[in-house]
Design a protein around this ligand. Structure first.
Ligand SMILES: *Cc1c(COP(=O)(O)O)cnc(C)c1O
Length: 498
């Protein structure tokens, strides 16, 4: 990336190594009387006069910039940032995979992009059919009965799922009090259970990092509404005793919730519905390649078994026998609406494109995601420490244990990766691995990218031993160097004031 962002290097400075520059705020570029647009003079009578008291003569600090300045400002900012189109983005658990351009083409088709959410059903048949087809595809892939597409993110999907469990149990007269969550779960799980009105009880993992069946058996009482199980768990390890887990949970009348945000680890290979899962959310913005992390909104559909279908959010999309697609609001046991309209519709188009472009070969997504993670695991084994030696699926969690001797932490290693042109991996998560470096390459990375990443990680390990200062001071090549994270969190400045 070029470090020469705003203006040419000042005379006298080493022109080959100019100081990294930071783009000024758009407000700071503002100058009186500049316009980013021009309108022809009004040539019709001004019929609606805005009342004087509603008009502001002046807006304090109003930004006045030209169109060229705006275009350059945002283009420069985009070049200061790192994106998936620039290089490997191995942020574990986040699944930062390539966003195929075909998906974008489909989402931009005017019939989809310009459809109005309030348009009547007669003129919305195409959009309703697309939602229905995506629901059918997700139901098929999960082996569950039906799917709601409404939730705007994985965490909202979790909330929807647990609210459906609650509704189903309330119907029996006892909503129960507690949700069990393993200590290896994603942090959103306890938050969602709490939001749905449940107490959370943590389950300790065994030495392999999976659910300890004896601990589950002891904790699973008739006060427990559900077990929320992340599959594969945040170590990337598959719960190989899931059938026993389901038996224990169902034996006490509880529901098995599967956090399937990372369904990319086994999509097309195995069906959660066949494993005893009653309810599961997926992240279209992970498994099904829709952009996220600043690239677009999330989408967290929830698939449910037959027993939870009556409680799905309303409206559902139905395919009538005369071929029409309709919205069904007449669902008296529904948990209600979670979000406006159908959900983040543009993401449905992209996800269905991804699913359809694989067709019957969709298991290749999971197979290549697992292959790539294990390639990295093998390439770095012995160099970085692996706390849990269980076989991993789509991601691998190392720790900084072999490197801490020189006062180096996982954060330093992550920052140093930026100098090698990679986005840092997830650090310090999952909490059960101290100094975690959680790496997820995804299926869209080719062998050259993986080799370059392994090489960089090995080089950094060498630097940790031979030249620790360079690692501790990283990054050295980014426009903004090490930031004061504590200061930034304690002393929030979110507003520019004139
Ligand atoms: C990403 C993730 C979530 C949360 O999804 P959001 O869309 O960020 O709300 C939940 N669980 C797991 C396992 C995840 O990886």
């Amino acid at each position: 990336m070029s470090t020469e962002i705003a203006e040419p290097a000042a005379p006298g400075r080493d022109r080959l190594h100019p100081e990294p520059r930071v783009e000024p705020l758009i407000f700071e570029r503002s100058g009186q009387g500049k316009h980013g647009y021009s309108l022809p003079p009004l040539d019709v009578p001004e019929t609606v006069a805005i009342p004087k008291h509603l008009l502001r003569a002046e807006i304090e600090g109003e930004t006045q910039v030209s169109e060229v300045e705006i275009a350059r400002h945002f283009t420069r900012l985009s070049r200061l940032n790192f994106s998936i189109d620039q290089g490997l983005y191995p942020l574990g658990s986040c699944t930062m995979k390539h966003n195929p351009r075909l998906n974008e083409e489909m989402a931009r088709l005017p019939g989809f992009a310009a459809s109005h959410p309030l348009a009547p059903e007669e003129v919305s048949q195409g959009t309703l059919e697309l939602a229905w087809r995506l629901e059918r595809a997700l139901a098929e892939l999960t082996g569950l009965a039906r799917v709601t597409l409404q939730p705007a993110a994985g965490a909202q999907g979790e909330l929807a799922g647990i609210l459906m469990v609650r509704k189903a149990l309330e119907k029996t007269g006892r909503p129960r009090t507690t949700v069990l969550i393993p200590d290896s779960a994603h942090g959103t799980n306890p938050a969602s259970a709490h939001f749905a009105g449940y107490k959370v009880k943590e389950l300790k993992s065994n030495a392999k990092g999976t659910v300890d069946l004896a601990a589950l058996e002891a904790a699973m009482t008739e006060d427990v509404a559900a077990l929320m199980l992340t599959v594969p768990n945040t170590l990337g390890v598959f719960e190989d005793r899931i059938l026993d887990i389901a038996r224990i949970v169902h034996g006490k009348g509880g529901f098995l919730y599967c956090d399937g945000a990372n369904f990319n680890a086994f999509v097309g290979v195995a069906k959660p519905g066949k494993m005893g899962v009653d309810v599961m959310h997926m992240n279209l913005h992970k498994t099904f390649s829709t952009p996220h992390g600043g690239g677009g909104p999330g989408s967290g559909p929830v698939a449910v078994a037959e027993s939870l279908v009556p409680f799905l959010p309303r409206p559902t999309v139905e395919h009538r026998s005369d071929g029409r697609f309709v919205l069904d609001f007449d669902r008296p046991e529904s948990i209600g609406r979670l979000r406006t309209f159908l959900g983040n519709f543009g993401m449905f188009v992209r996800a269905l494109s991804y699913i359809a472009s694989y067709g019957n070969r969709i298991s290749e997504v999971a197979q290549n995601a697992v292959l790539n993670a294990n390639y990295i695991r093998a390439g770095l084994a012995g160099v970085y420490h692996l706390k849990y030696d269980a076989p991993t699926l789509h991601e691998v969690v190392f720790s900084d244990k072999n490197q801490t001797g020189n006062g180096i932490s996982n954060m330093d290693i992550a920052k140093r990766l930026m100098d090698y042109g990679f986005h840092p991996p997830t650090v310090s998560f999952p909490l059960i691995v101290h100094g975690a470096l959680m790496i997820e390459p995804t299926e869209t990375e080719g062998k050259p990218g993986l080799d370059a990443f392994i090489h960089a990680m090995r080089e950094i390990a060498r630097e940790c031993a031979e030249d620790p200062e360079i690692v501790r001071g990283a990054p050295h090549t980014t426009p903004v160097r090490r930031v004061d994270e504590v200061g930034a969190a304690r002393n929030l400045v979110l507003r520019w004031r004139p």
